[in-house]
Each structure stands twice: as C-alpha cells, then as structure tokens.
Design a protein around this ligand. Structure first.
Ligand code: ADP
Length: 257
C-alpha cells in the first residue's frame, strides 16, 4: 500500500510539473504569435505613408501649375509627418513596455505637471486653440511616484485625444481627486464618444476607431497603448466611461507617495 501511495504521489507530482510546463510553453507561444502580429502590423502601417510619400516625390516634377506643386508638397509633408510620428510613437512604446529597463522613479508634484501641460497645450497652434481647456489643480502637496516625463506624456496624450475627437468650441476638462492613498485624474470631453465594441480594444496597439468621423483625424493608434503601459508600470489603473455622441471620460488612478 505504501508503494502504491508513493507511485500515486509521483504521478500527481509529474502531471502537475507537466501542466506547469505546458502552461509556460503556451504563454511563450502566445507571446511569439503576438510579436509576429505586431511586426506585421508595424510593416503594414509604415507601408501606407511610405508608398504615398514615394508617389508624391515621383509626381512632383510633373506638377502643371504652382497650385498643383503646392498641393503635392503639402501631401508630401503630411506623409512625412505621419511616418515620423509612427516611428516616434513606436520608440516610446518599446521604451515604456520593456520590463528589463524599468526607469528610475521619483516623487512628481502633480500640480506642477498639470500647469506645465496646460501652458504647453494652450500655447499651441490649432487645433488646440479651438477648445476651452479647463484644468482643476490639485493641492501642491500631492505627489505621485513616476519616471520623469511619464505623467506629462499621459496627460498630453489624453488631452490631445479629447481635443481631436470633439468638435471645435468644445470644453475639455481635467479634474482631480485625492484620497490618502490614491490620486485620480479625469479627462472629459464633449465629443464623439466611443462605442462599447471600440472600448474593448482601445488600449491595443494600432487600434483606431471604426467611427468614420474619428478616422478623419490623423493618428497612429499607439497613444492610448503608451498611456496604459505607463499607468500600468506606475502601479495605477486606467478606465474609460463613454457612449457614442455623449463624450468620453478617461480616468487614471495612481498611488500617492
Ligand atoms: P490615435 O488617436 O493616434 O488614433 P489612440 O491610441 O490615442 O490613437 O486612440 C485610439 C482610438 O481611440 C482613436 O483612433 C479614437 O478613435 C479613439 N479615441 C481615443 N480617445 C478618444 C476620445 N477622447 N473620444 C473619442 N474617441 C477616442
């Protein structure tokens, strides 16, 4: 009976080890599959503006008037900007996603970052001057622990989206709440809103809405992925509350120092 018990114990132990190994292999395989899909998407996303860029350059010598020349130049600049933005966003995404290179964090004064970002975005040329930016400042003694520049990036991406995806003359509000352990930041707009289906995929790389009005805005579909990675590595949470036609509120919660 003792032998039988020992054998049974060994079988249970081996099958547990086998299941653990299977789970590790499955998750590695999933990771590899995700990596190849991402590389294919990057190639595809870069191909479009680069083909357009090439087409613009080749058609420049054939422009028949000054207006036509200017039009091709404008398209060329737009495609160059788009390519540069994709490459810059990809570099930021890979930096904020690398678990082996976690940045040094430091206490960051939230009110200081909010006022810097407010001045930066208010001073910019259109489309940012077309909206009223209302920032509600937290008390001066609210600090969060983050890598330098991370809170700025989160705010800039969320407020820029709120501006891009809401009509001119709209109000974009940044409100804050503080508890002894948490700091909450909400970015609210009166814009297009986001369908429940789109909300499920918002934080996925290269996701862009299926809404045709939203697609008219330039974008890479990487901004919210960057935001969610930064929030995640800072120990925070991000969520969205939105309905088509009723605006959106993005809520970020971060632990307080
Ligand atoms: P991008 O703006 O470059 O397309 P993001 O990752 O920042 O990429 O956003 C992904 C998509 O989510 C956008 O294409 C847009 O459709 C939708 N979205 C983001 N923010 C808002 C918002 N405030 N209101 C409506 N839709 C939004």
């Amino acid at each position: 009976a003792a032998d039988l018990g020992r054998d049974f114990g060994r079988v249970v132990h081996n099958s547990r080890a086998y299941l653990r190994q299977r789970a590790a292999v499955d998750s590695l395989r999933e990771l590899e599959a995700h990596k190849s899909r991402l590389i294919a998407t990057v190639a595809h996303e870069l191909k479009n503006p680069l083909s357009a860029f090439r087409w613009n350059i080749e058609s420049l010598p054939y422009a028949e008037s000054e207006e036509e020349y200017a039009e091709v130049l404008t398209a060329l600049t737009r495609n160059r900007d788009r390519t540069e933005k994709i490459v810059a966003d990809l570099a930021t995404l890979s930096k904020v996603s690398d678990p082996d290179h976690l940045p040094t964090t430091e206490p960051v004064q939230v009110a200081h970052v909010l006022s810097e970002v407010h001045s930066q975005l208010s001073a910019e040329a259109p489309p940012n001057d077309s909206h009223e930016l209302v920032f509600d400042m937290p008390p001066d003694d609210v600090y969060v622990t983050m890598a330098p520049g991370d809170l700025d990036r989160v705010l800039i991406n969320l407020v820029t989206n709120a501006i891009k995806y809401s009509p001119e003359g709209g109000q974009v509000t940044v409100s804050t709440r503080t508890s002894p352990a948490w700091f909450e930041l909400r970015v609210t707009d009166q814009g297009l809103g986001i369908s429940p289906d789109d909300q499920d995929r918002l934080f996925t790389e290269f996701f862009r809405s299926t809404n045709p009005t939203a697609l008219k805005q330039p974008g890479t579909g990487l901004g919210l992925t960057i935001v969610s990675r930064i929030v995640g590595r800072s120990g925070g949470l991000i969520s969205v509350d939105s309905a088509p036609g009723s605006g959106s509120t993005f809520r970020v919660t971060l632990p307080i120092v």
